[in-house]
Design a protein around this ligand. Structure first.
Ligand code: SF4
Length: 347
């Protein structure tokens, strides 16, 4: 039954996709570097937000060789605002592998592509099907949602075994037009059968096949396992100004927000007195505390409760790097967690 439904899917989806697909910059060609970049950028980010980033990135780094040779700070600046900087760091590593091992030509087999740093089964499936016409499904949250509804399947989609099962079911029904089919599934999941709302079944080309529609369960699918609570961490952040310059530090090259700049901070929630004493121990001569304020930032597994203290110093110390506003904006990548304090620096 399941396989029969999926076998009829290409016949419904392909004509619909050709008629209805959105005009997106990464659909202009099937160049693997372009498809790869768009797929990495689209993970966790909306299509509309990605458009500008995608175009700017390719203007700055038009080839894999350019990406492989790009300096870390410039690369992170091109990615600033998208978050998940390890993705672009891995893209650079993968580009270096492509240059060194494949002479700059993108590898074409699934296993070679999957072996590149930062490339998982979803991205490898997308590149191989869209660029090289191979029957390799790209199963992300959108596709899992569509298949759950089509098959009226209440298995939690975050179970790795379910992802593998959907991958195998889809691989068995891939048509010759593999690239269009991959994109048609993504398109249906991003638009008509979208997340966080009632599916628009009246506009769906698969309505006559869809068990979720027929049984009235579509809106309650897919099922997800209950989320684990995030670990809560408190941090005290210093928005520390001395004359026209602000104190910044560089994060370690590994771990959370690796290699990015940040406003100085310390674990825990310091009182004003503790903060002044902490900074004076680092050699900063303090003038005054201007104000305080709290903000939150949520990562995949951690929640930061951030206690900001805006301060003015009368003398800098070597413990920090002191930058003007212009230097911060043009050279330093400040992750969103810290930028939310930075944007209020003059308030
Ligand atoms: Fe999704 Fe409705 Fe189409 Fe089924 S009929 S795939 S639930 S939009």
């Amino acid at each position: 039954m399941e396989q029969k439904i999926l076998e009829m899917l290409p016949g419904r989806l392909l004509p619909w996709y050709r008629e209805n697909k959105r005009d997106l910059p990464w659909r202009v060609d099937r160049e693997p570097y372009h498809v790869w970049l768009s797929e990495i950028m689209l993970q966790q980010t909306r299509v509309e937000a990605v458009r500008g980033y995608y175009t700017r990135f390719l203007q700055a780094l038009p080839t894999v060789e350019d990406l492989a040779a790009c300096g870390g700070d410039r690369l992170r600046k091109l990615w600033e605002g998208l978050g998940y900087y390890n993705r672009v760091n891995n893209m650079k590593k993968a580009a270096q592998v492509i240059v060194q091992h494949y002479g700059g030509r993108f590898p074409q087999t699934y296993d070679q592509i999957l072996a590149l740093p930062g490339v998982g089964v979803y991205t490898a499936g997308a590149i191989c099907s869209i660029c090289f016409g191979q029957p390799t499904p790209a199963v992300d949250g959108n596709v899992l949602r569509v298949v759950s509804r089509l098959l009226n399947d209440a298995t939690p989609i975050d179970h790795p075994a379910q992802r593998r099962r959907v991958q195998e079911l889809l691989a068995a029904c891939y048509p010759v037009e593999a690239g269009d089919f991959t994109q048609a599934l993504m398109e249906l999941g991003a638009t008509v059968c979208g997340p966080n709302r009632q599916p628009a079944c009246q506009d769906c080309p698969c309505r006559d096949l869809c068990l979720g529609y027929q049984k009235g369960t579509a809106a309650s699918l897919p099922v997800k396992s209950p989320k684990k609570a995030k670990r809560l961490e408190h941090r005290t952040v210093f928005i520390l100004r001395c004359g026209e310059r602000y104190a910044l530090t560089r994060r370690p090259e590994t771990g959370l927000l690796a290699g990015l700049w940040q406003l100085p901070d310390v674990e825990g929630c310091l009182t004003a007195e503790q903060a002044l004493s902490y900074l004076e121990k680092l050699g900063v001569r303090m003038k005054q505390i201007i104000r305080t304020g709290t903000k939150t930032h949520i990562f995949t597994h951690i929640k930061w409760e951030m206690h900001g203290i805006w301060l003015e110093a009368s003398q800098q110390s070597d413990a920090f790097c002191w930058m003007t506003e212009q230097e911060v904006e043009s050279q330093a990548v400040l992750p969103t967690a810290y930028r939310q304090f930075w944007v209020e620096r003059n308030m």
